[in-house]
Ligand binder design. Structure first.
Ligand SMILES: Nc1ncnc2c1ncn2[C@@H]1O[C@H](COP(=O)(O)OP(=O)(O)OP(=O)(O)O)[C@@H](O)[C@H]1O
Ligand SMILES: [Mg+2]
Length: 306
């Protein structure tokens, strides 16, 4: 971890594990004139617990999808580092409690519901295929299976019947933390979901994400298939009706940087199923959006450091 030279408490230190997602944030911090350093928590290294953290403001953007990059232990490393930082009273944006939410869709579901937000009927399952089938019987078809520790839509599958799951459950990839979700499939009235980008409690913009090409969607540039039709589009001038409930949920859970995803159903439900606290911003949307996600984060961190 970098030297203490030239560091001041106006410095921001970003904790993450994926350098491929970093470039737009560096550009934003540079544009805002904010010094930023990166600590890469890929699941390897050491932490001397007699040491004192630098006088800086910290920002965690650890991602649930870290195991897909060979960084399964990054979560454990981040838990330790965040506990150490917080024990020394350092300001951490999207701190330790937020990491626990990022890493568990069960925790997200419970926190969303506690804030009065509509969520899909969900049963969490620890165990093998037979338990999944029993859970699917309780939820009823159609349903999806997904991993408690998600990311990039990996492992999200749609089933039209319990029999379909019973026939194929043994082939499913196991979840990173062993926990499955069997969840009501919430059919969108039109083939898209909405991702609501919020920084420091402020709604930056909402993004329409097409569901026509399946579930494995990621807003970062690296995930866009070359030549494919745009999957992400700005919902211009749109304010989600449940924004007030979202802002209350974020305050209660100490979340400053987030992309919340919901489905609008034909019968008027607005059902929220995902909380992304390491949010990536789609470059095509950023190019036309009224405000920039990375710039808003850089400004928020500068204000917290001030
Ligand atoms: N209960 C559901 N009903 C209908 N569609 C769903 C449901 N859950 C997930 N999906 C679809 O699958 C996609 C991926 O699901 P989800 O966001 O839960 O996974 P994820 O791994 O966290 O993905 P990401 O990291 O890309 O946000 C969603 O964007 C949505 O299109
Ligand atoms: Mg999602």
């Amino acid at each position: 971890m970098a030297s203490d030279l030239h560091r001041s408490n106006r410095t921001v230190i970003a904790l993450h594990e994926n350098p491929e997602w970093w470039a737009p944030f560096q550009v934003a911090f540079d544009a805002e004139g904010v010094d930023v350093e990166q600590w890469l928590l890929t699941g390897e290294g050491e932490l001397d617990l007699d040491s004192v953290p630098p006088e800086a403001v910290f920002w965690s953007r650890m991602s649930a999808s870290a195991p897909s990059r060979g960084h399964a232990l990054g979560k454990e490393q981040a838990r330790g580092v965040l506990a150490w930082l917080e024990s020394h009273g350092r300001t951490v944006v999207n701190g330790r409690g937020v990491l626990e939410l990022e890493m568990s869709k069960v925790a997200q579901h419970a926190a969303l519901r506690a804030a009065g937000i509509d969520v899909p009927r969900t049963v969490a399952v620890l165990g093998g295929p037979q338990r999944l089938v029993a859970a699917a019987e309780r939820v009823g078809a159609p349903f999806v299976t997904k991993h408690d520790q998600g990311g990039k839509g990996l492992g999200v599958r749609l089933y039209g019947s319990v029999e379909e799951l019973a026939d194929t459950a043994a082939e499913l990839d196991p979840p990173a933390n062993g926990v499955w979700l069997v969840q009501e499939y919430v059919a969108p009235a039109e083939p898209f979901v909405t991702r609501v980008e919020i920084v420091g409690g402020e709604h930056l913009y909402s993004v329409r994400v097409s569901t026509e090409q399946g579930f494995e969607l990621c807003p970062a540039d690296a995930c866009a298939a070359p030549g494919a039709a745009p999957l992400f589009a700005l919902r211009e001038g749109y304010t989600p009706p449940q924004l007030g409930a979202y802002q209350q949920f974020l305050r209660r859970n100490g979340i400053d940087v987030v992309g919340l995803e919901f489905v609008e159903t034909a019968d008027g439900r607005l059902v929220t199923y995902d909380v992304n606290t390491n949010t990536n911003y789609n470059p095509d949307v950023e190019a036309v959006a009224p405000r920039s996600g990375p710039r808003a984060i850089a400004r928020l961190l500068a204000a917290r450091a001030g």
